[in-house]
Ligand binder design. Structure first.
Ligand SMILES: [Mn+2]
Length: 429
């Protein structure tokens, strides 16, 4: 068991900056008060926010060219939970973990659930995997090379269904209440398969899986335009995802991964559309420059992130709606925990900014055809340095005002490297 980062230790590590924080927060509070904004309400909303950390993100990511592990990486699902607990200790906003089967396939789910409870964590949406062949999912006698739910052979489709049912059952044992299905199904060559028949098979498979959902469970469909299917993907865009969710059943929702859109797509408008028809279910947060880059949330286009959060707050009637929020990034050169801390911070900042928008004034500007006025209202919120609010929200949760600084000064990574091994050798895939 790696070192625990306690609230007392955090206070100790941050004692030096306490007076400056009080002064900064008071100054921002005065400014917001003049603008008619209740700073306490914003702090409370940011403090209530939590975003899941995926189990695969606490290890170093890689590309198809190679992977360069940083040392001290978790060797088991239990150690992945330990790392998320350390992350949550400094951010106070990563209270759940999302598992991915078969990368995580606990032999004793009850024991893992107890371990999570001891760490103050719960299990968020489960993730299935039919984009790789693994004996525990294929049974060893079929292959997902030519698809899973969309496959022409009913035996393969049945095996894909069995795996997804297994993931739901495992989720039940862990206390999860959702499954996210991302399918690689598609084609790499024109003419390889029939678009319509592929779609119909996937719709049928998802409907069967929906029939297996326990009460209170949600099935999330995650779309992606290309990769690994480079010519056509069955669930390629939000419209297809909506059709599939509708075909699956009443408890199916669409999940929006910020990297799963073609360049230039207006993601905030996609969010608005899906929310409007009651099928917006969750998010995978990341950022991108060229495609599905899985870069740090808010690192490339923070204004887009702000606009997305603004749509979410509008959908929630002034507060963030209770959807499934998860970070989905690949940490190739940063320490995974440091990157997750930065991503969480970026989300808290964007949320606070979105909460500052004067929604009544914005609606009036919109109805008055005042485009310049509307832009001023958005900029007034976006250009406000809300970091004292975010720091205060974290502090009230017993977490760190400066998560990255505390993580570094706590010695957590050195402790895990000593316990788990340095693993400094780069490996190819
Ligand atoms: Mn994703």
């Amino acid at each position: 068991m790696a070192t625990r980062i306690t609230p007392e230790r955090i206070v100790e590590l941050e004692a030096g900056g306490a007076a400056a924080h009080v002064a900064d927060l008071a100054s921002l509070g005065e400014q917001l008060d003049r603008r008619g904004i209740d700073v306490e309400a914003v702090i409370a909303e940011v403090a209530a926010f939590s975003v899941a950390a995926p189990s695969w993100a606490v290890g170093t990511g890689g590309t198809r060219f190679g992977r360069f592990p940083g040392g001290g990486e978790p060797r088991s699902t239990e150690e992945k939970l330990d790392d998320v607990a350390a992350l949550n200790a400094v951010t106070g906003a990563n209270r759940t973990i999302s598992l991915h089967v078969p990368w995580d396939d606990p032999a004793d789910p009850a024991a893992l659930r107890i371990h999570a409870e001891e760490l103050g964590l719960a299990f968020d949406a489960m993730n299935s995997n039919t984009f790789q062949d693994h004996p525990s999912t294929t049974g060893g006698d079929v292959s997902f090379k030519h698809g899973s739910f969309a496959h022409a052979d009913p035996r393969v489709r049945e095996r894909a269904l069995e795996h997804n049912r297994y993931v739901v059952d495992l989720g039940v044992a862990l206390g999860s209440t959702a499954i996210t299905v991302w399918l690689a199904d598609g084609t790499n060559h024109p003419g390889q398969a029939d678009f319509r028949r592929q779609f119909e098979r996937v719709a049928e498979g998802l409907a069967e899986l929906h029939g297996h959902l326990p009460d209170g469970w949600t099935l999330l469909t995650e779309h992606k335009p290309f990769e690994p299917a480079s010519y056509s993907t069955v669930n390629a865009d939000w419209g297809t995802s909506l059709l599939l969710a509708r075909a699956a059943g009443p408890n199916a929702r669409c999940l929006v991964d910020l990297g799963h859109h073609l360049p230039g797509t207006n993601i905030e408008q996609v969010v608005s559309r899906l929310a409007m028809v009651g099928r917006l279910g969750g998010f995978h947060f990341n950022d991108s420059k060229y495609g599905d880059d899985d870069l740090t949330v808010g690192s490339v286009n923070p204004y887009q992130l702000f606009l997305i959060l603004l749509e979410l707050v509008a959908h929630g009637g002034g507060a963030l709606p209770p959807l499934r929020y998860m970070i989905d990034e690949s940490h190739n050169v940063k320490d995974p925990l440091e990157d997750l801390a930065q991503a969480t911070d970026q989300l808290q900042v964007a949320l606070a900014q979105a909460l500052l928008v004067d929604r009544a004034a914005l609606a009036a500007a919109q109805d008055g055809n005042d485009a310049a006025g509307a832009a001023e209202i958005l900029q007034a919120a976006y250009r406000t340095d809300v970091r004292p609010i975010v720091a205060e929200a974290r502090s009230r949760n017993g977490a760190a005002r400066d998560p990255l600084g505390v993580l570094r000064r706590s010695g957590y990574r050195a402790a895990t490297a000593a316990e788990r091994g340095s693993g400094l050798a780069a490996t190819g895939l």
